[in-house]
Design a protein. Structure first.
Lengths: 125, 169
C-alpha cells in the first residue's frame, strides 16, 4: 500500500482533524517500524511497549468510533487491503494486542533482550 | 536512581521513539513514489482515488450506467457494504459481497458470474473506498469488465430510484 492510499484510509476513519491526516499517515509507519524493531530486539522495552500501547489505544478508539457509526470501510490494518477482517474484528484484535503491550509495560524483563545483556537483568525501568 | 527518575526516563525514551519514528516516516516518504505532502488537502481527489486504487483510467461507472444495469440487466451490480447495510436497503438486483468477507464469500457469491461479465461495484458513496477496493480485487482475480460506481448508495438514494430491503438481491 502506498502512502497516498494509506492517507486515504486515515481520512476515511474521519477521527483526526483534517490538518493532521497527512502528518499522521507519514509518522505512523515510521513509528511502527521503530517500535517494532525495538520490541523485537528487546531494547528500551518498557518505553517501546508504552509507545505501542498508545498506538493501540488510538487504533481502538478510532475503530470503536467507526464501528459505532456503522461505517463501511476497510480497517487498513495488517493485510492492508481490508479483506481479512471487519471493523469489529479489527477492534477485538487491537484490544488483544493492547493487553499484550501493557503486559510488557508491566513486566518488560525478558531473558534474551539487548536490555538484559547490556544492563544485567533489568530492562529500562 | 529513584523510581520517579525511572518513570521520567521511560517517558523520555518513549518521546524519543515517537520523534525518531517521525524522522523515519518522513525520510521514507521522501524516497517513496508517489510522495505524500505534509499539508492535507481539503478533499482527496476522485481522480487520485481511482488512479491509486484501480490504476487504470475509465473504470468509473456513472449513475446512468448503474440505472441502465438495473433496468436492462446489462451488468452485475455488487454491493461492497456490510451485510447489515445491504439488508437495510440496496439497489434491487445487486449481490452482497462485503469487502471484509471477500476471502470467505467471493467464490459462492460470484458462482454464476462469468469472468468477462460486466460488473459494477458500489459502496455508500461520498468518502467510502470499498467499491474501489472490491473492483480492484475483482480485476486481480481475473474479472475483466469491472467498474466502480463512486457515487454509490448515496447517489442512488439521492436520485430517488427504487430500493429493496432484506438479504436477497
Amino acid at each position: 500500500m502506498s502512502l497516498p492510499s494509506f492517507a486515504l484510509t486515515v481520512r476515511a476513519y474521519d477521527v483526526l482533524p483534517l490538518w493532521l491526516v497527512h502528518p499522521f499517515a507519514i509518522w505512523l509507519p515510521g513509528a511502527e517500524v521503530v517500535t517494532g524493531a525495538l520490541l523485537l530486539l528487546g531494547i528500551w522495552t518498557r518505553s517501546s511497549a508504552l509507545t505501542v500501547s498508545g498506538m493501540f489505544v488510538a487504533f481502538a478508539i478510532a475503530l470503536g468510533i467507526n464501528v459505532a457509526r456503522g461505517a463501511d470501510m476497510s480497517c487498513g490494518c495488517f493485510g492492508l487491503d481490508g479483506m481479512a477482517a471487519t471493523l469489529p474484528e479489527a477492534l477485538v484484535r487491537s484490544l488483544l494486542l493492547l493487553s499484550a503491550a501493557l503486559a510488557l509495560v508491566w513486566r518488560p524483563d525478558t531473558a534474551c533482550s539487548v536490555d538484559a545483556v547490556l544492563m544485567g537483568k533489568r530492562a529500562d525501568s | 536512581m529513584t523510581r520517579a527518575d525511572g518513570r521520567a526516563g521511560v517517558l523520555l525514551r518513549a518521546a524519543g521513539i515517537v520523534t525518531v519514528g517521525l524522522c523515519v516516516g518522513a525520510a521514507a516518504n521522501v524516497f517513496s513514489d508517489p510522495t505524500l505532502p505534509f499539508a492535507t488537502p481539503e478533499r482527496a481527489a476522485v481522480k487520485d482515488l481511482i488512479e491509486w486504487q484501480l490504476e487504470v483510467e475509465g473504470k468509473q461507472a456513472s449513475l446512468e450506467d448503474v440505472y441502465g444495469a438495473f433496468q436492462e440487466g446489462g451488468a452485475t451490480l455488487i454491493d461492497a457494504r456490510s451485510s447489515y447495510a445491504f439488508s437495510r436497503g440496496h439497489i434491487p438486483g445487486a449481490l452482497s459481497l462485503p469487502v471484509s468477507q471477500y476471502r470467505a464469500s467471493a467464490e459462492s457469491v460470484l458462482a454464476g458470474v462469468p469472468k468477462d461479465a460486466p460488473i459494477i461495484t458500489y459502496c455508500s458513496g461520498g468518502s467510502c473506498q470499498t467499491s474501489i477496493q472490491l473492483a480492484n480485487r475483482l480485476a486481480e482475480d481475473g474479472y475483466t469488465e469491472v467498474r466502480a460506481f463512486y457515487g454509490g448508495w448515496g447517489a442512488w438514494m439521492g436520485a430517488g430510484y427504487q430500493v429493496r430491503e432484506g438479504a436477497s438481491p
